[in-house]
Design a protein around this ligand. Structure first.
Ligand code: NAP
Length: 336
């Protein structure tokens, strides 16, 4: 068991909550950042906040340098995991400046706190496959050039490069995990996987007539968040600070995600029509339950995402263990 301490920004997010569970099992003392306000949201970590657990929460918005400095200097953690982010790609088109402030400058603020306080702590940055953006369809690895296609991806590109820059300029143990999509029952409601699982559940309960989705043909490399947080930790346990692509290496379309979810809710899908006119019919009831809605198309979409996790496999000994089927099962059973 470890006697290390870790600071997790975004601890109540999907990944933050799984990472906190993972580190608690390894004996870490956990410090977590949540946003303040008249209400505070701890729904993903309430089960970890019992008396005997070593978890301490701080109110801090990563747009606020003084509070970051104050928290980092008082805790002096061994490891910092920067998971806080305006993480929704579609929303970033309408909130581009805010997205940059949180995702890009927020990362700089934390690195600057580590540097100026001369801390020896290790730093993990939550980079993303959205850095690659435009792709020729081949699997993306650490050598693939970046071409982000959203304000979210561009804000994360700054964060990625400033992390590398602080590593090279100031000799910080600062690394990025370039994570491909990962999902779970704790995924936010606006993300397509959660929207599908919840939407089909609502339809089966009679609470929703039609589930509206964007481009059904977009292909993603989807893993389970529980697997991916282990990779974050492994990246910081290496002798040398490096960046890693973390992915399953398996690609599925949004259409396939729907088809895999449907049986959990006694729905049998048949597709008919094309393009914007395509609909999904529940063969059991004859009702149109899925429609394509251009509202959910991104101004510039990435339609083919596939990661090559070879470096992570060879150097970290990491590979994704939870299959696509098991991921869908976990999400759907949670919605029953
Ligand atoms: P998430 O569920 O959206 O969690 C993000 C967390 O950041 C939330 O807890 C949120 O707080 C917090 N946050 C947002 N703005 C903040 C601010 N200004 N100050 C402090 N905290 C703030 O995201 P996730 O799926 O766990 O992802 C974790 C990280 O990995 C993110 O940086 C994301 O961009 C990145 N990433 C995710 C994926 C993926 O597929 N999930 C893939 C690649 C990279 P509230 O709880 O108050 O909203």
């Amino acid at each position: 068991m470890s006697n290390k301490s870790a600071l997790i920004t975004g601890i109540n997010g999907q990944d933050g909550s799984y990472l906190a569970e993972f580190l608690l099992k390894r004996g870490y003392e956990i410090h977590g950042v949540i946003r303040g306000g008249s209400t505070h949201n701890t729904e993903n970590i309430n089960h970890l906040l019992e008396d005997d657990k070593k978890i301490n929460l701080y109110y801090c918005d990563i747009t606020d340098s003084p509070s970051i400095f104050s928290i980092v200097s008082s805790i002096k953690p061994n490891e910092i995991y920067n998971l806080a982010s305006q993480s929704h790609v579609h929303l970033s088109f309408s909130n581009a400046e805010y997205t940059a402030n949180v995702n890009a400058l927020g990362t700089l603020r934390i690195l600057e706190a580590i540097r100026s306080l001369d801390l020896k702590c290790k730093f993990y940055q939550a980079s993303t496959s959205e850095l690659f953006g435009k792709t020729d369809g081949s699997p993306q690895n650490e050598e693939t050039p970046f071409y982000p296609k959203s304000p979210y991806g561009i804000s994360k590109l700054y964060a990625h490069w400033i992390t590398k820059n602080y590593r090279e300029s100031y000799n910080l143990f600062a690394c990025s995990g370039i994570l491909f999509n990962h999902e779970s029952p704790r995924r936010g409601n606006l993300f397509v996987t959660k929207k599908i699982a919840k939407g089909l559940s609502d339809i089966s309960k009679g609470n929703l007539d039609v589930l509206r989705l964007g481009n059904l043909n977009v292909k993603k490399d989807w893993g389970h968040a529980k697997d991916f947080v282990e990779a974050m930790w492994l990246i910081l346990q290496q002798d040398e600070p490096e960046d890693y692509v973390i992915a399953t290496g398996v690609q599925k379309s949004i259409r396939e995600f729907v088809e895999e979810c449907a049986p959990y809710f006694d729905i049998s899908i048949e597709w008919t029509g094309e393009g914007l006119d395509e609909v999904g019919i529940n063969k059991n009831t004859g009702k149109e339950i899925i429609k394509v809605d251009p509202k959910y198309f991104r101004p510039s979409d990435i339609d083919c995402v596939l990661g090559d996790p070879s470096k992570a496999k060879n150097k970290l000994g990491w590979c994704s263990k939870i299959s696509f089927k098991e991921l869908v099962e976990d999400m759907c059973i949670n919605e029953k």
